[in-house]
Design a protein around this ligand. Structure first.
Ligand code: F6P
Length: 319
């Protein structure tokens, strides 16, 4: 193998730059030529390729976002778009490809793998919704961002003796809400994985109010419902002052935590190793305490485990 390429795809995640950096530097270390594709799969279709040297990734390990830019590409979902991308990779004599992204990106990566291009995925999404890796790049930073937001909202909630309903991202996963709720001492955590009973949420809030709690925080994962709607309902039932905050895309930005940078460095370096071994159709991951590699086809079949122990613990600690 002489020539490999790397790109980021789907929603950006803090730590993607650390992953790109690791791919570039590990490739240079092994004497490979390495190229960056701009804007993910769309960049393959639009032929947006740039040579990467050691200096191309200087001063990037601590930066959020992605220096390679990212996109969601409806065109790559078509047979025509896929053919254009595959032809371009062949024309460029790219022998190996590292795709940094989430589940949707890996489905695209599988198409390239099946077309005979050696392709390895590196999981990066704040949602942490991918099986066979305990953590995806970006999740830890997002959880820290939410936890910081909870601290700030708690100050104003306490001063005004209010209940705050905070909506966090995660798509169909409640893991950001669960981890940030545990870290931030939320009174209730509402996630798509578990059914919730608003009367029970209100009873819990009322018990807190009765014993003199000055504030309450309810975290709602976006996949479980709208915080605005839930806030309205709580207000109607309890007749108390409620404020709703939707954290939105700020959860995707910011400097990656040390954990995410280390994770990104390990998983991306492993991806280059796999390509050098001639392997393809695999996703790297940090699974059960070790850097691992799992076929995309297995990853697609398995639902990410939800931490039920943590969910129960959070409820006990917020009693
Ligand atoms: O997958 C990452 C994510 O931030 C989800 O948590 C969220 O549902 C979605 O992307 C938002 O997508 P967009 O950036 O297109 O609004």
């Amino acid at each position: 193998m002489k020539k490999i390429a790397v790109f980021t795809s789907g929603g950006d995640a803090p730590g993607m730059n650390a992953a790109v950096r690791a791919v570039v530097r590990k490739s240079v270390f092994h004497g490979l030529s390495v190229f960056g594709i701009k804007r993910g799969f769309q960049g393959l279709i639009n032929k947006e390729i740039v040579p990467m040297q050691l200096g191309s990734v200087a001063d990037s390990i601590h930066r959020g976002g992605t220096i390679l830019l990212t996109a969601r590409s409806p065109e790559f979902l078509t047979a025509e778009g896929q053919a254009k991308a595959i032809t371009f990779l062949r024309e460029q004599q790219i022998e190996g490809l590292v795709v940094i992204g989430g589940d949707g990106s890996f489905r695209g990566a599988q198409v390239l793998h099946e077309a005979g291009i050696l392709t390895v995925g590196v999981p990066a999404t704040i949602d942490n919704d991918i099986a066979f890796t305990d953590f995806c790049i970006g999740f830890d930073t997002a959880v820290n961002t939410v936890s910081d937001a909870i601290n700030k909202l708690r100050d104003t909630a306490t001063s005004h003796e209010r209940i705050y309903v905070i909506e966090v991202m995660g798509r169909n996963s409640g893991l950001i809400a669960l981890h940030a709720g545990l870290a931030g001492g939320a009174e209730s955590i509402i996630v798509p994985e578990a059914p919730f009973d608003l009367t029970e949420v209100c009873n819990r809030l009322q018990r807190g109010v009765d014993r003199g709690k000055l504030h309450s925080i309810i975290l709602v994962a976006e996949g479980a419902g709208s915080a605005l709607h839930i806030g309205e309902e709580i207000k109607r039932i309890m007749q108390l002052e409620i404020r709703v905050t939707i954290l939105g895309h700020l959860q995707r930005g910011g400097t990656p935590t040390a954990f995410d940078r280390i994770l990104a460095s390990r998983l991306a370096a492993k991806a280059v190793d796999l390509l050098l071994e001639g392997k393809s159709g695999l996703m790297t991951g940090f699974y059960k305490g070790e850097v691992a590699a799992t076929p995309f086809t297995e990853v697609f079949k398995k639902q990410k485990e939800f931490s039920w122990d943590d969910y129960k613990l959070a409820a006990i600690l917020a009693i």
